[in-house]
Write a protein that binds this ligand. Structure first.
Ligand code: F6R
Length: 612
């Protein structure tokens, strides 16, 4: 949610910052801009729309500078426009700043500044914070760093800011609370960004800045301090990521690439952990905390969006195999309703980005109340990963497409292994079933390959239904959350209204929607609910609804009733969501594609939602 980039060093800053913005565009694409500092002059170029439009607007402009900051925006305060685009300049023009986050008490600060004669050119909280810093600097006759420190002590909210000043020709000052910041260490140069993707091609040595830290970054010096002005030792981490992982690799879109990567990402997730021959699942985070899981009175799962859907599937898994009650919570609701949390409660946090503000804040308060936090996270070194007491990475690699696909199946693979491991250790899962499920899980990457080998049928179905106004997605048991996920994917990518529902709930209301124009997608693989879902399909057909079904290869009943069928290989019902979700990901992708939409950057969305 807003991407920020900075560079200071001997190279031309603009191309580095621009390329970095393109890599971070998945975080927001309402507007973008750069500020370049050269010869004690700050030049700002900014434009509503995607980074390509900024690039176009900067052609022929003076872009020579060795220090620069850039921003790609997901609008919070103020509509997407040139005026509200970052960077913002202070009233005197001496400072320029970019910001990712929300300053919650900005209206109060704005009033104070207005009474002192400040005028604002934008509607943003960022411009208010910047002028607040400038005002403190002037009134206290202090350094910019000191002014920033004083300002941040008054600020309520979340931020990652980068600040440059005309009279500090080599320095970027950065600060973070709640929004991520990574600093890449080069030879006589430094790179700053919201995540490592703009940095990876220049250096693999990075420092993840912590909350309440200020970084003073010069070409050959990085100083970290806390808000009390005490120096902190930067902890240098080596990035374990290759450039190819963040490029499209011949695919038209990141979303399609990421769907097709799933056989290998799931394989990577299982590798070294799932050992069916020796009947072992190696997960250090679980192993070291087995008592906490086995003795838990309940497990709470906290997540948002697609990760929340993975949490719903985990609820079925954990309750069935471990016999521990599970509650699955939307992080945003969990945090604000003052939940009852007891010492010894186990919380599983699920997040691709590891930076989702709602999840992060929910966990912070649960941790304070004594809960044990286990993170299922994709982004290595992210805030949620660091806040968790223990965890397991999904190892899905960087997910760039805004709609989550491979991260979801990575989360499912981790959660399945967790449920199997805990259930077996607790004695609530029999050895035979444990062995059989491990074997089934190991086969999943090959089975996904089978689905992906020929997508022409799904493309045909997408073309046929792309102009529908609404869709209903139905499933039962383990496939109910898959139906929810199918509906969410379609909404995001194609802007078609879609609802996911438990198939049996349909008759309690949504069935009123059914007519010959409503496509109803059934996730109807062979499982213990199969006979029931066959009846539900008949109920829809009797009302002339169009039935699209995800069915198990070899099934002859569902294909006899449905208008269109997408087959998946057979699998145990607890594992089946790893397969049944794949045709739904592809369906959304192709519907969006055939509607001529930007599937990697759907309107109004951003990956990594770092505002509450
Ligand atoms: C949907 C999607 C979002 C995210 C949600 C949580 O395709 O990507 O619904 O799942 O914003 O994000 P993470 O998993 O990063 O916490």
């Amino acid at each position: 949610m807003c991407g920020i980039v900075g560079y200071t060093g001997p190279r031309e800053a603009y191309p580095i910052v621009l390329k970095g913005l393109k890599r971070l565009e998945y975080r927001g694409y309402d507007s973008s801009g750069v500020a370049l500092l050269n010869n004690k002059q700050i030049k700002v170029y900014k434009k509503k729309g995607k980074v390509a439009e900024l690039e176009e607007a900067a052609i022929g402009q003076d872009i020579h500078a060795n220090i620069g900051i850039g921003h790609t925006r997901w609008a919070t305060h103020g509509e997407p426009s040139d005026r509200n685009a970052h960077p913002h300049q202070s009233q005197s023009g001496e400072l320029a700043m970019i910001h990712n986050g929300i300053i919650e008490n900005y209206t109060q600060i704005k009033k104070e500044l207005e009474s002192k004669g400040y005028h604002f050119k934008s509607d943003t909280d960022t411009e208010v914070l910047l002028n607040f810093i400038e005002d403190i600097k002037i009134n206290n006759n202090c350094s910019l760093e000191e002014a920033l420190r004083i300002a941040l002590k008054r600020v309520v909210g979340a931020y990652c800011i980068l600040l440059i000043a005309k009279d500090e020709p080599e320095t970027i000052i950065a600060a973070r609370k709640g929004s991520p910041l990574v600093i890449g260490i080069g030879k006589g140069e430094h790179f700053l960004a919201s995540d490592a993707s703009p940095i990876i091609e220049y250096t693999k040595e990075v420092v993840y800045v912590n909350d309440y830290e200020i970084a003073i970054v010069k070409p050959d010096e990085l100083i970290l301090k806390n808000l009390g002005n005490e120096k902190q030792t930067p902890f240098i981490t080596k990035l374990d990521m290759e450039l190819a992982a963040i490029e499209k690799g011949g695919y038209d879109h990141f979303m399609l690439k990421e769907i097709h990567e799933q056989p290998s990402t799931i394989h990577d997730c299982l590798r070294g952990r799932l050992l069916p021959q020796s009947l072992q699942i190696m997960m250090g985070g679980i192993e070291n905390n087995m008592e906490a899981f086995i003795n838990a009175n309940r497990i709470m799962i906290v997540a948002c969006g697609t990760s929340w859907h993975a949490g719903l599937i985990a609820e079925y898994l954990i309750e069935e195999f471990c016999r521990i009650p599970v509650e699955v919570e939307y992080a945003s609701e969990f945090r604000y309703r003052n939940p009852v949390i007891h010492r010894g409660d186990v919380i599983i946090a699920i997040s691709q980005s590891g930076e989702t503000a709602d999840t992060l804040v929910a966990l912070e308060s649960a941790k304070e109340k004594g809960a044990f936090i286990f993170g299922v996270v994709n982004a290595v070194g992210s805030s949620i990963a660091r806040l968790s007491h223990a965890g397991a990475y999904t190892h899905s690699g960087p997910e760039i497409g805004v709609a989550s696909t491979k991260a979801f199946t990575g989360q499912l693979a981790v959660l399945m292994m967790m449920a199997l491991k805990i259930g077996y250790a607790k004695g609530t899962l029999s050895k035979d079933r444990y062995a059989q499920l491990m074997h089934d899980l190991e086969l999943i990457p090959e089975k996904i390959k089978e689905i992906l080998a020929d997508t022409s049928n799904i493309q045909r179905i997408a073309e046929k239904y792309k102009d529908a106004a609404d869709f209903l997605f139905l499933g039962r048991g383990y496939n109910f959350p898959v139906a929810l996920e199918g509906a969410l994917k379609l909404k995001e990518i194609s802007y078609i209204h879609a609802e996911g529902y438990p198939a049996a709930e349909m008759k309690h209301g949504p069935i009123a929607l059914v007519d010959e124009n409503l496509p109803v997608v059934f996730v109807a693989t062979k499982d213990s609910y199969y006979e029931k879902i066959v009846s539900n399909v008949q109920e829809i057909k009797a009302r002339k609804g169009k039935v699209l079904a995800v069915a198990t290869a070899g099934d002859e009943v569902i294909p006899g009733m449905a208008d269109d069928v997408m087959f998946v290989p057979d699998a145990d019902e607890a594992i089946a969501p790893l397969l049944s979700v794949v045709p739904l990901q592809l369906l959304s992708y192709y519907v969006g594609l055939y509607k001529g939409l930007d599937v990697d950057k759907p309107r109004n969305l951003a990956k990594s939602v770092t505002v509450e």
